[in-house]
Design a protein around this ligand. Structure first.
Ligand code: HEC
Length: 138
């Protein structure tokens, strides 16, 4: 009788362990550089200059993504860029830019593109925007 609480506790711990083992591990999501390489580099080029292998075959030249800040008075136009990639990722996925559907999956995190408004945004799109920021010509 005196041992029962301990036995109960170990049963509880065992079932918790069993439960934890059943929860599938969160799949590792690609980082911004990896998503860029997989989804963007074919057109926009490995370093973002718009010179990807598929660029010449397109009716419209892919944008040079390294001059986004320069063309915006030195500030990365985060909100506009996010609207662009998210827009394409959503309804407009059938335009020149491909469907980025998989990047919409996963956690939503607050994203402030520079206008002070925090918008819950798919984490992979946020990582991608952060990565594009690192490509900006100095
Ligand atoms: C199939 C080719 C193709 C792929 C792949 C592609 N893009 Fe584009 N992208 C374009 C073209 C062409 C334009 C310019 C014409 C337009 O606005 O549609 C463009 C425009 C843009 C712009 C707007 C630039 C500006 O000056 O405002 C951004 C930002 C952008 N792409 C980001 C991305 C990102 C990020 C990815 C990867 C997730 C990507 N693109 C994948 C072809 C592509």
């Amino acid at each position: 009788m005196i041992r029962q609480p301990a036995a109960l506790l170990s049963v509880t711990l065992l079932s918790l362990a069993a439960l934890a083992a059943c929860v599938p591990a969160e799949p590792k999501i690609p980082n911004g550089a990896e998503d860029y390489a997989n989804y963007c580099a074919a057109c926009h080029g490995p370093s973002g200059k718009g010179d990807g292998v598929a660029a010449k075959a397109l009716a419209k030249a892919p944008a040079n993504l390294t001059t986004l800040s320069a063309k915006n008075g030195g500030t990365f136009p985060g909100t506009r860029v996010m609207a662009q990639i998210w827009g394409y990722a959503g309804a407009k996925g059938r335009g020149i830019m491909p469907d980025f559907g998989p990047m919409l999956q996963g956690e939503l995190v607050p994203f402030d593109g520079g206008d002070g408004i925090q918008t819950p945004t798919p984490v992979r799109l946020v990582q991608l925007a952060e990565y594009l920021k690192t490509l900006q010509a100095k």
